[in-house]
Design a protein around this ligand. Sequence first.
Ligand SMILES: C[S@@+](CC[C@H](N)C(=O)[O-])C[C@H]1O[C@@H](n2cnc3c(N)ncnc32)[C@H](O)[C@@H]1O
Length: 248
Amino acid sequence: MIDKLLAPPPELDYGIRVDKYHQIGEEYSRHCRELAGLAPDGRVLDVGCGFAPLAAGLTSYLSPEGSYVGIDAVPNGVEWASRTISPHYPNFRFAWIDAYNQTYRPNGRLDPRSYRFPFEDDEFDLVYMRSVFTHMLPDDVENYLSEVRRVMKPGGRSLITYFLLNSESTRLMGGEGSFINFPHDYGVYSKHYPGPEGSIAYREGHVRELYRQVGLTIVGPIHFGYWCGRESGRSSQDIIIATKQEKG
Ligand SMILES: C[S@@+](CC[C@H](N)C(=O)[O-])C[C@H]1O[C@@H](n2cnc3c(N)ncnc32)[C@H](O)[C@@H]1O
């Protein structure tokens, strides 16, 4: 259970649904354990952590030998989490990175097409991104995915969520039970509405090819979500687990 005191104040929210904080924290902490095999002494990187619901969800799971780092382009969440979570859990750290995103950080100085994560190679057992590539354009996603791979330990895992377009989601999308659709087609991706990176869905084939190109191997089936109106799903968004091959 997440400590009730770990709740971001609504006035700091910048449209990322802090009202669902505990629900997301509990749910994704479970996915990290069950789908990505996160151990209590694992080292976790959360890219685009927002107010870090995953960190809250992992406070009761990670041991002092484990650790969590969250980074985000908007200072609100990481500042709040540094003040609220880190004093009680010193192995949980948060940092602001001034990366550009037209929706979230239009004045950001760092170009996401070439930004290098501030970590060494092979540092993390798990790199996690929930609902972040759903707001990033193809060149940015390509660079971030190759950075995800670089900082993963060989044999480590990534857990990343998407809205994936395939024949099933395209057929269901927009119908009864679907809560978002992507009518604006830009080739490998489609947008919910034209303009900035509001919500973006990628073609499944494009994403699979990108993983192959950067050297990440998708583990097991993709865990398709119920965003498009599927009757069942692990989560609302689609979840891809991948690994970086051991050396040699
Ligand atoms: C929908 S929110 C999800 C936040 C969090 N992952 C969660 O599950 O609650 C998307 C987050 O991605 C962050 N973001 C967008 N582009 C980014 C970038 N290029 N680098 C780092 N963070 C980024 C935004 O600032 C925002 O906090």
